[in-house]
Write a protein that binds this ligand. Structure first.
Ligand code: NAD
Ligand code: MG
Length: 398
């Protein structure tokens, strides 16, 4: 089902098909014709091989890959007799990315998604980008890799999809600012004292969106918004001071673009990732989707409030990372991934996550700008090691 051509089968790959974005992508694929319209070159997951195998069977995927080497035999057994190829580990992920699919959904969580997404970009696939960490860590290097490959970079993050949809190509010169909306998460009205003692189970309960664990916790700490500020800078080639964040608790306006004639263009919809995923899948043509429609009379009001960078220091860290430039985004992101893992393991408190990211950023201000992806991976690795040190130091002191 190529845009403008109702007959050809489109070949696609979903990296991270077992996650929240991955399962929503498969839902959209099913809505838009399933096996009659799409051929699935590859699906990838991690520990959940039962779901991965089920998805591969249901879609007739050519290749199924688990990132977890130890799960290879289980996946192989689950797909025995189907003719579906099986692979595992980092090399398996790269193989999935390199399979001949014209459109690749990048929906692995965290920096683990960078290498496979790059592999798909380099061979010229269109990249539907959910994995914002690619842009936060590798920044312009990633954007250039996609451009060099010849594919398109289509944002899937709801805010960035909204901006992409609101950006008029002929009016780029007139863009004054972009306004990222943020729900404010479950702790929008909480004091720092209240947030200090929360567990991962409390923090993951998002008021509007149903998402994976990492991004749910990141919404509660607003670290997700911090990543999105940096993501926007690289995606849209704008200056840090052109990026505003506004808290909008209903999550109906997904983000906006402000122009130099005073106009603001916004994209609205119910909080459902399938709209952004569908837009990326059939871009530049919109296609009918079975998602809820907005009922403005029921909605009655849309609220806005300024974000609080004291209670949510992640926003301040994003500004610092953008001002410093270079590999500070990679450092911030990697340190926070380690801090997030320590938080969900109950080793540190909720507020410690931003503190650890900031401590690691302060220790790594002097690294030179990245000339290659190897520099990105090196900074990522060093930031992880330093974050682990800070966490161990905190535990010792406690
Ligand atoms: P998730 O945790 O639900 O799913 C992550 C996927 O990555 C799963 O398929 C999992 O098996 C796989 N995975 C996990 N660890 C891996 C590893 N080490 N190597 C390879 N694969 C691994 O996450 P999600 O919420 O779907 O988010 C995926 C990406 O999309 C993230 O970058 C997130 O920030 C972004 N995103 C998500 C949403 C959302 O609504 N969930 C919205 C916007 C952006
Ligand atoms: Mg988002």
């Amino acid at each position: 089902m190529k845009p403008g051509n109702g007959t050809d089968l489109r070949r696609i790959t979903i990296l991270g098909s077992t996650g929240s974005i991955g399962t929503n992508t498969l839902d959209v694929v099913a809505q838009l014709g399933g096996r009659d319209a799409f051929e699935i070159a590859a699906l990838t997951g991690n520990g959940n091989v039962a779901l991965l195998a089920e998805q591969a069977r249901a879609t007739g995927a050519k290749l199924a890959v688990t990132a977890d080497d130890a799960q290879y035999d289980n996946l192989k057994a689950a797909l025995a007799g189907t003719g579906i190829e099986v692979a595992a580990g980092r090399s398996g992920l790269i193989e999935a990315a390199e399979r001949d699919a014209g459109w690749v959904m990048a929906a692995i969580v965290g920096t683990a998604g960078l290498a496979p997404t790059l592999a798909a970009a380099k061979r010229g696939a269109d990249i539907a980008l959910a994995n914002k960490e690619c842009l936060v860590s590798a920044g312009d290097l990633f954007v250039r890799a996609v451009a060099a490959g010849g594919g398109r970079l289509i944002p899937v993050d709801s805010e960035h999809s909204a901006i992409f949809q609101s950006l008029e190509d002929t009016q780029r010169h007139a863009v004054e600012r972009i306004v990222l909306t943020a729900s404010g998460g479950p702790f929008r009205t909480w004091s720092r004292e209240q947030m200090a003692g929360v567990t991962a189970d409390v923090a993951r309960a998002h008021p509007n969106w149903s998402m994976g664990l990492k991004i749910s916790i990141g919404s509660a700490s607003m670290f997700n918004k911090a990543l999105e500020m940096i993501e926007a800078k690289h995606l849209f080639g704008i200056e840090p001071d052109q990026i505003e964040v506004i808290v909008h608790p209903q999550s109906i306006i997904h983000s906006m673009v402000g122009y130099n004639d005073g106009s603001v263009i916004a994209q609205l919809g119910c909080p459902d990732m399938r709209t952004a995923i569908g837009y990326a899948l059939t871009y530049p043509i919109r296609t009918k989707l079975n998602v809820d429609r907005l009922d403005f009379a029921k909605l009655a009001r849309l609220d806005f409030e300024a974000p609080d960078e004291v209670r949510f220091p992640a926003l301040r860290l994003a500004r610092t990372a953008m001002q410093r430039g270079g590999l500070q985004g990679a450092v911030m992101n990697a340190a926070e991934e380690i801090a997030f893992q320590a938080f969900i393991a109950s080793r540190i408190g909720f507020l410690d996550m931003a503190e650890i990211a900031e401590a690691v950023m302060e220790r790594m201000t002097d690294i030179p700008p990245a000339l290659s992806m190897d520099d990105v991976f090196a900074a990522d690795g060093e930031a992880r090691a330093r974050a682990a040190e800070v966490i161990a130091g905190k535990e010792k002191a406690a």
